[in-house]
Design a protein around this ligand. Structure first.
Ligand code: GLY
Length: 307
């Protein structure tokens, strides 16, 4: 058994660890823990504490994958719903589909008993509006939201601080390796923007025979490189965990056009190893790691990529 989670996971990892110890399937344990993260306003990049899109509306992304069956459930740009990682798990369990987005995802949530939630935190609303007031002319502000949003999307956010995600990766008592993600996405994003968190292969991937990977920060890069799938496939082809991550960071480093910023890779292998690598994020990156011989999860520092 093991649990690897990013630094935002602190409101939820105790729940996840208790359930893993009780023999719960990894995805059930991680989604239960993640629900606490998604409801906690101290976590400013996920769920209720996260940031809205350019129109001041919350749109959530989440994904789950069982590495034994390789079943996936994901939801993108979901309005009015907490917690969306649980909704992604229900997509996996109940539908013949892998991914639902927007109003369809909300309709499904209502059908299976999720209530309609108030998801815009008062402080996020205040910060969102103050930023618009700073960026827009008096004329555009008066016309808002009936103005072109695309010109704003190039410069209205600080990508290092407001495009985070919570990711949990675990191996359970059955040696099933699974992964779960959840985020409110890029703050002030263009409405309808999906990040990598709901995209299998980009933001997350798991195969119990080899391991799992999940990414945080710049989804615009990991979607171009299929970073999570690359890492698991490299392990399938015989590379070590370290070498698989190195290959993935080399691919990220090859990108020279488009939106470029930092990426954090979290990965585990089937032998119980783990690694977290900070690829070009300016700040130090921390994460949580637990295995049964530890009394509590340890907060550790991610290794900085040399690329
Ligand atoms: N990695 C989270 C996002 O790009 O939305």
């Amino acid at each position: 058994m093991q649990l690897l989670a990013n630094v935002e996971a602190y409101p939820g990892f105790d729940t996840t660890i208790a359930m893993l110890k009780d023999g719960a399937p990894g995805l059930e344990a991680m989604v239960a823990g993640m629900g606490h993260v998604e409801r906690d306003v101290r976590v400013r990049s996920v769920g209720f504490g996260g940031w809205p899109n350019m129109l001041g509306k919350m749109e959530f992304d989440a994904g789950v994958m069982n590495g034994t069956t390789r079943e996936v459930g994901s939801v993108g740009a979901v309005p009015d719903t907490l917690p969306v990682s649980a909704l992604a798990l229900e997509v996996m369990k109940r539908l013949p589909h892998v991914m639902l987005t927007g109003d369809g995802a909300r309709r499904f949530a209502t059908e299976i008993g999720f209530k309609v939630d108030e998801t815009l935190y008062e402080d996020s609303k205040r910060v969102w509006w103050e930023r618009l007031v700073k960026e827009l002319s008096a004329e555009d502000l008066a016309a808002f939201p009936n103005i072109p949003l695309a010109p704003l999307s190039r410069h209205i956010t600080d990508p290092e601080r407001v495009r985070d995600t919570t990711v949990f990766l675990s191996s359970d008592v059955r040696d099933t390796i699974s992964v779960a993600t959840s985020t409110s996405g890029w703050a002030w994003k263009y409405p309808g923007r999906l990040g990598d968190s709901p995209i299998p292969g980009a933001g997350f991937y798991a195969d119990s025979r080899y391991g799992a990977a999940a990414c945080t920060h710049t989804g615009e890069m990991t979607m171009r490189c299929s970073t999570s799938r690359t890492i698991v496939l490299a392990m399938k082809l015989g590379r070590s965990l370290d070498d698989a991550i190195k290959l993935a960071t080399e691919e990220l480093a090859e990108l020279t056009t488009g939106f470029l910023a930092g990426v954090v890779i979290h990965a585990i292998d089937a032998a119980g190893n783990h690694k977290v690598v900070n690829f070009r994020c300016q700040d130090d990156i921390f994460y949580w790691y637990w295995e049964p011989k530890m009394a509590a999860p340890e907060r550790r520092t991610a290794e900085k990529s040399s690329l």
